[in-house]
Design a protein around this ligand. Sequence first.
Ligand code: ADP
Length: 478
Amino acid sequence: MKVLFVTSEANPFVKTGGLGDVMGALPQSLQNLGVDARVVLPKHKNIKADYVNKLEFVKWFMVPVGWRSQYCGIFKYEYKSVTYYFIDNEYYFNRDGLYGYDDDAERFAFFDRAVLCFLKEIDWKPDIINCNDWQTGMIPVLHKLEYSKDPFYAYIKTAFSIHNLLFKGIFSADILPNYFGYDYMPMANGSVELHGGASFMKGALNYSDVITTVSNSYAEEIKTPQYGEGLDGLLREKSFKLKGIVNGIDYEEFNPEEDNFIFKKYNYEDLNGKAQNKILLQKELGLPQKENTPMIGLVSRLTNQKGCDLIISIIDRLLQNDIQVVILGTGDYLYEETFKNLQYRYPDKISANIKFDNGLAHKIYAASDMFLMPSLFEPCGLGQLIALRYGSIPIVRETGGLKDTICPYNEYNKVGNGFGFKNYNANELMSITEYALDLYKNKEHWKGIVRQAMESNNSWEKSAQEYNKLYEELLASC
Ligand code: ADP
């Protein structure tokens, strides 16, 4: 079975969040099951220097984008036995940052058509194209409306994976003629129309053969108005082809026993190394070096999805305790400035690092005792899975993948790998955090929670099997 993953980012080449992590790990886990999985992504300017010089040029050809004809180069690179292809066009992708440009519709219209065209240019043809998030959403549309009429493409199946329904890729309806060479029929018949514009995401939901999302709870939640982003009705209608498969994490990349980013390696049988990581990170960040002061970590996009409002509304109260809070993230200006200001007000208690820094992220996972993820919604969430692996106990809101992966600790039977609260409410976050801080004082108790966290199995193995099964069913259905 041959599967092509189409994505806008993939670790270790370029990553802004969880999608990058998934695309760096899932294909390899599928390879281990005998699937020939490959990945294609744009050749962004931000691709790490270690890799960019090693990419092998394959060939070039031209791609139509509406009335334009644009250069498209193909590069490739083999990483951990998976072939990654890179779509090159400097006009579209030689830019700082990955998303958020005024011409994103044109950039990803080019990318989506280029992916379909490139299949005819290389010596390999997938049985299934698995698209990911809105940037790749027009591939199922192009496939069904145009390419499937060509026998070369006719038997290829399309899967679409939702990593975050919030980002729907909605643009003016004029993108249809301007960048795809279509008339307005997909607007008129409603198949891409959303809030008066044309949505890549909606097109994908309508035209793909199967839809996946990254946890079971999120698969249920997005069928409700509260989480459905205006697409809940469509998702209820499409529930026959919607499946939740929880993400895993790359157990080689995130491994406290082997991690070269952290100060001291450790495992759950010997947690002294973890304590040293805390002391050394405190030193690096200019916080007082205190082994017994609980450190709470936050590594996240700083947006309202991630619960920044809740954190900000309790932080003054929370800091009355003997704690340290280490923040790493970028995002909305308001949150960035508020966290910087908090560091100014509480220099001994808060370290606010407003940047994207993979090495520091690893250090925080290793050093912190608790990890905050009070998300408003969370399709899967990888932060809490990485935190578990490093024995940093997640404090989460029970939504989406957070609900599916964190078992709230029960002090009576001593079972659980984290702490959870139900409603998006600051008082609930405050009381669960204080409860965790209280339990932290009992060292033996806490060690037990840390062990259970580190023993939780969130590797890709099981989820890759579910993808494999889904693909087999998809191919059998033709
Ligand atoms: P998202 O919704 O952003 O995809 P996830 O929890 O699924 O959230 O994944 C976030 C990933 O990005 C994790 O690997 C996390 O460690 C990483 N990450 C987030 N912000 C930063 C940052 N500022 N620096 C380094 N890594 C970060």
